[in-house]
Design a protein around this ligand. Structure first.
Ligand code: SF4
Ligand code: SF4
Ligand code: FES
Length: 904
């Protein structure tokens, strides 16, 4: 380890870092703007100046930028030298020449890196006495507010947006003091990751427009560690509340999962929690006349007891968007054999296939961080930017890894972003995409293949065969596909960290199996190859652990008369089974109890409706697609009777004489992992509610929290007791200690002098490394060491279009395909209107005009839809957007008929 000398004191530091990184890793303070731990150094702002000395005899030294200087053995620097201190103060003075100093009205105020750095440099008075230049701001869509006058030209925004996230509609325009960061004209930012500008920009240029709609000062937020519920990746978040409404989502750093970033669905999808459609009190619903009656909690429980007592058979329908605890509580209520996961039968089958492959095969389930580190990637069947956006962001980093090897050979350190990009230019490492249609990642791919699911699987099998003779050859493979398979196999074989990504989004078992064959073929006894399966919802893989049947089996139980009373947990089953089957289920089922957050088609068919707490109002655990169990904590105590589904269901168990004695989250989770052995690892997911630091709880509010004595003054001038929290070691208060809490209990990132998100540095074991105490969450699935895989051999026939029937295949949208975020105010503005997509050659059959509508017939339902065309979609397939309007009732994939409808 190199030793560096800072103000004459020796320090051992990790090799290969720059001085800024090293100084911050040592826990010292040094101001900076343009450097970012994930994006490296460009030396643009000149804020991180230190004085460097040649040796111990050099008393003069020279000013260098710490972020641009290697922390080599023997390096001697001073941070405290008066000349360098003055230099840093001068730098901030000139960076702020045109800054409006509008902190009291700025949304960034109180969490502003520019404020922090101004204080840190000791700069007080600006001597600039002239008129400041001003800019016109832009309307950038529903997520991001723009106030360009606050810019200090650090270039972080475009470096993140364009260089890191692959966007191209945000640029730096003009020159010298008129440099402008924005779009070429007003309009919605096109990147799936635009929300990160809020955290990346060190000033108030880009701020959260959704927070602005219900603004509260940042230090007045009560917050808790949470997990994103809007896809299967489980990115870590910090959710903030004030006055009983959820106000914003921030990134919560987890090196192994999302690192420093989130996607826009995850950041802005939270607004559904505040929706007018929220169910907040129990209701009796009279299905026939659509009448509803709000009832008390006690009456609801009495009603539930009566329904359960008079039932001739119960069935429980779980949910992949509900916590493990709530699903388990439902299983406890109805019994193991009457519990079903609530996923469509096909998805349930695919998830159990994924679960088996990950648990019993030799390949290793890759984390999001593993994607970042891969040096050759093959994606089979997933439009990742729409099904699991953060996986797409990390693929964009992975394809830099091979070209980076050349950079290292030239002696350029990885952190020197300006030099690295100069050398690498547009070069990409191997990335092969086999998807249904073209995707936004295509332009970065080495090669792409757009085909029907069967043909994607065939390509996968062919790649596996190239790698391994134990996998049978694919018959009748076109020559170009064969060549592509050979190229992909070569690239994976030559890579140090090859990665296969696949998933359930196409609904194809063959695709999943082909991916497994490849990863298994790449695995050796010593080194399991990485595979990353994308699943659709926050707890989809968690439900795989229950090893229960899917929704159709539950519906059949009612159809067959084995059950007449259904309890449906946080699930709109209209999305997950054929409409005629759901209709018949509701007609046949005598009594339906539904627990959910929002009005849905299923809620409309309930007899008794119980209001279920969302992720922000309750505690629970979810398992992401990697197999990582992660705990989310209640952010605020909702108004009674809103409570977690597991609490409602626990009370119902009690009424049935099956008292599970669940007084707290600990009780239910303890019983869960004692009852189901595969959940044993849950014991380590987070400290239990008894955990204390120096006999104190961990506060949810920062010590700067204000106005708590006035918050309820309209009702009572006495300050109320904060709510009790029997479920966690967190406190609904600013009292307690947040020093060195376990990493999974971080309620906010803050350190003296560091009020912005940059305070994350102070919580890491090293800059960009794990949080102190380790990455939050516990992996419950590891590869089966030494397992000899039984390769899949059922290779599908080549896809050929049917003369009369079409294949309706799923098309995913980041905004709209996930049901909860689609109900958020901001996100809902970007959900597309319903449509179907055809190859232009197919579309021609139904009209020549600009706008064509068709009648899409699936099962007994007919949907009249506008047609979009896409030449990358194979002929014979109709792409149907997932979860959009009426189309959400279609079970995909399916067979369809298309006939001409009226031309518009
Ligand atoms: S807009 Fe923000 S991130 Fe971009 S250059 Fe200006 S201050 Fe830096
Ligand atoms: S990638 Fe998925 S889990 Fe991560 S922030 Fe986006 S929606 Fe949430
Ligand atoms: S942080 Fe070093 S020059 Fe900007």
């Amino acid at each position: 380890m190199p030793t560096i000398y800072i103000d004459d004191k020796p320090y051992e530091v990790k090799a290969g870092q720059n001085l800024l990184n090293a100084v911050l890793s040592l826990g010292m303070d040094l101001p900076y703007f343009c450097w970012h731990p994930a994006m490296g150094s460009i030396g643009a702002c000149r804020q991180c100046a230190v004085k460097q000395y040649q040796d111990e005899n050099d008393k003069q030294g020279r000013i260098v930028m710490a972020c641009m200087t290697p922390a080599a053995d023997g390096t001697r620097i001073s941070i405290d030298d008066p000349e360098v201190q003055q230099f840093r103060a001068n730098v901030i003075e000139w960076l702020m020449v045109n800054h409006p100093h509008d902190c009291p009205v700025c949304d960034e105020g109180g969490e502003c890196h520019l404020q922090d750095m101004t204080v840190m440099t000791g700069h007080n008075y600006r001597e600039f006495r002239f008129k400041k230049r001003t800019h016109r701001n832009q309307d950038l869509g529903p997520f991001i507010n723009h106030e360009m006058n606050r810019c200090i030209a650090c270039y972080r925004c475009v470096r993140f947006y364009d260089d890191y996230a692959g966007g191209d509609d945000l640029q730096a325009f003009a020159a010298h003091d008129h440099v402008y960061f924005g779009r070429h004209e007003d309009g919605v930012l096109e990147s799936e990751f635009s929300g990160n500008l809020v955290e990346v920009c060190p000033t108030g240029v880009f701020t959260d427009k959704t927070l602005q709609r219900h603004y509260t000062r940042k230090w007045d937020l009560q917050s808790a560690p949470s997990v994103c519920h809007h896809c299967g990746l489980g990115c870590n978040t910090l959710a903030g509340e004030r006055y009983g409404t959820l106000r914003r989502i921030l990134n919560r750093y987890n090196r192994a999962v999302n690192g420093y970033f989130l996607c826009d669905r995850g950041r802005f999808g939270y607004e559904f929690v505040n929706s007018d459609d929220r169910i907040r009190v129990p209701q009796l619903r009279y299905r026939g006349d659509k009448d509803t009656e709000e009832i008390s909690r006690d009456d609801a429980m009495r009603q539930a007891a009566e329904m359960l007592d008079t039932s001739s058979g119960l069935v429980g329908i779980g949910s992949p968007r509900a916590s493990l605890e709530s699903n388990y509580a439902l299983r406890k209520l109805v019994g193991k054999d009457r519990f079903f996961t609530g996923m469509s039968e096909n998805e349930n089958h695919l998830v159990s296939e994924v679960f088996d492959i990950l648990r019993n095969g030799p390949a290793r389930s890759a984390s999001l961080d593993d994607i970042r580190k891969a040096d050759a990637v093959f994606v089979l069947g997933e439009d990742v930017l729409n099904t699991a956006p953060m996986a797409g962001l990390n693929i964009r980093q992975a394809i830099r890894n091979q070209p980076m090897e050349g950079v290292e050979e030239m002696g350029i350190p990885e952190w020197h972003d300006a030099a690295v990009r100069e050398v690498v230019q547009g070069e990409h490492g191997p990335l092969y995409l086999a998807t249904l249609t073209g995707t936004k990642l295509d332009r970065e791919a080495t090669d792409t293949y757009h085909a029907a699911p069967e043909d994607i699987a065939r390509l996968g099998f062919a790649v596996a065969h190239e790698l391994n003779d134990d996998v049978p050859a694919v018959a009748d493979l076109d020559q170009d596909v064969q060549q592509l398979a050979e190229a992909i196999a070569r690239a994976l074989q030559n890579a140090k960290r090859p990665l296969v990504i696949s998933g359930v989004s196409l609904g194809s078992e063959e695709v999943i199996r082909a991916a497994a064959n490849i990863a298994w073929s790449l695995s050796t006894a010593e080194t399991p190859a990485d595979i990353h399966y994308i699943v659709s919802e926050a707890n989809t893989l968690g439900l795989g652990f229950f090893e229960s049947g899917g929704l159709d089996s539950a519906l059949e139980m009612v159809e067959s008369g084995e059950a007449d009373t259904a309890v449906i947990l946080e699930n709109d089953i209209w999305h997950r089974a054929a409409p005629e089957a759901v209709e018949s289920f509701f007609d046949t089922c005598k009594q339906v109890i539904v627990l959910d957050h929002l009005e849905t088609g299923t809620v409309a068919a309930a007899d008794l409706l119980l209001p279920a707490a969302t992720f922000a109002e309750g505690d629970g655990t979810v398992i992401n697609n990697e197999g990582r169990a992660q705990r989310f904590f209640q952010v605020f105590a909702p108004e009674e009777p809103l409570q977690e589904s597991w609490r409602w269901l626990g009370e119902m168990c009690k009424q049935q004489g099956n008292d599970p004695r669940w007084n707290s989250h600990d009780d239910v989770s303890n019983m869960l992992f004692q009852d189901i052995r595969t959940f044993a690892g849950l014991v380590h997911v987070a400290p239990d509610s008894e955990f204390r630091l120096n006999n104190q709880r961990v506060p949810r509010s920062p010590f700067r929290y204000s106005g708590r004595t006035a918050m309820f003054a309209d009702r009572d001038v006495h300050e109320p007791q904060p709510p009790e929290d029997p479920d966690s070691p967190l406190h609904f208060s600013m009292e307690g200690t947040s020093k060195q809490q376990p990493s999974g209990l971080t309620t906010f990132f803050w350190a003296p002098g560091w009020n912005s998100v940059q305070a994350t540095n102070k919580y890491q074991s090293e800059i960009g490394g794990s949080l102190r105490g380790g990455d939050p969450g516990v992996r419950l699935i590891e590869p089966s060491k030494g397992a000899t895989p039984e390769y899949f051999t059922d290779i599908p026939e080549q896809f050929s279009r049917d003369a009369t029937e079409w294949v309706a295949a799923p098309v995913h949208h980041i905004f709209g395909s996930e049901e909860l975020s689609a109900r958020a105010e901001g996100v809902s503005q970007l959900v597309p209107d319903s449509y179907v997509v055809l190859n232009p050659a197919d579309a021609k059959r139904f009209g020549d005009g600009e706008e064509i509508t068709v009648a899409l017939e699936i099962g007994s339902s007919i949907y009249t839809e506008r047609v979009k065309t896409d030449s990358t979609l194979p002929e014979g397939i109709v792409g149907v957007p997932v979860n959009i309007e009426e189309l959400s009732k279609i079970q995909l994939p399916d067979r369809a008929n298309i006939t001409e409808a009226e031309s518009v």
